[in-house]
Design a protein around this ligand. Sequence first.
Ligand code: ATP
Ligand code: MG
Length: 201
Amino acid sequence: MQGRRYRLGVMGGTFDPIHHGHLVAASEVLARFSLDEVVFVPTGTPWQKKDRRVSSGEDRYIMAAIATSSNPRFTVSRVDIERAGDTYTVDTLKDLREERGDDVDLFFITGADALGQILTWRGAERLFQLAHFIGVTRPGVRLEAPSVEHLPADRVTLLDVPALAISSTDCRKRVREGLPIWYLVPDGIVNYINKRGLYQE
Ligand code: ATP
Ligand code: MG
């Protein structure tokens, strides 16, 4: 008889900074899908300047480590911050598959906003071979029915998670404006942002 396969959730994101919306979503998916672990994977820092300056991979990695440290089933991976160039989910999943071996089932956790764009991602067909996709609700973001209909039903599940109207964009703006971010992010993240002077302008 075969043993139960290890179930690994993969939560990709910029995490600039990581906030309680990310953590609640990961925790809910972990419970509902009986995952063994959720690995948070901060994206690489784009070398071209896009529309805004992204904090260094190291700062975002450390914040993810601080925020997840109290949960024995949460881990953080460096695969994306150590790969040169832009981050593509297909590369993230391939690297994790290689690192963790073939006895692991991958569950990619993504917000409603990101899932809506999934068809436009590079290597979309390959993605569904590599992982099961779990789209979590996000306040203010509606899943567009037409785009979801085009996704393979056996490889995508939508899940309602307790709604937290928190975004990293709003956290950065609040820091810039001198407003508190206590309770939107873990206490250690408030302290780290202050210590490093992140998002001041
Ligand atoms: P930004 O405002 O900079 O885009 P963000 O808050 O959207 O930041 P990301 O790092 O872009 O955070 O998100 C990583 C993943 O977490 C995405 O799949 C996103 O949809 C999801 N996510 C972010 N915030 C929430 C939330 N409050 N509830 C549920 N899912 C969320
Ligand atoms: Mg986002």
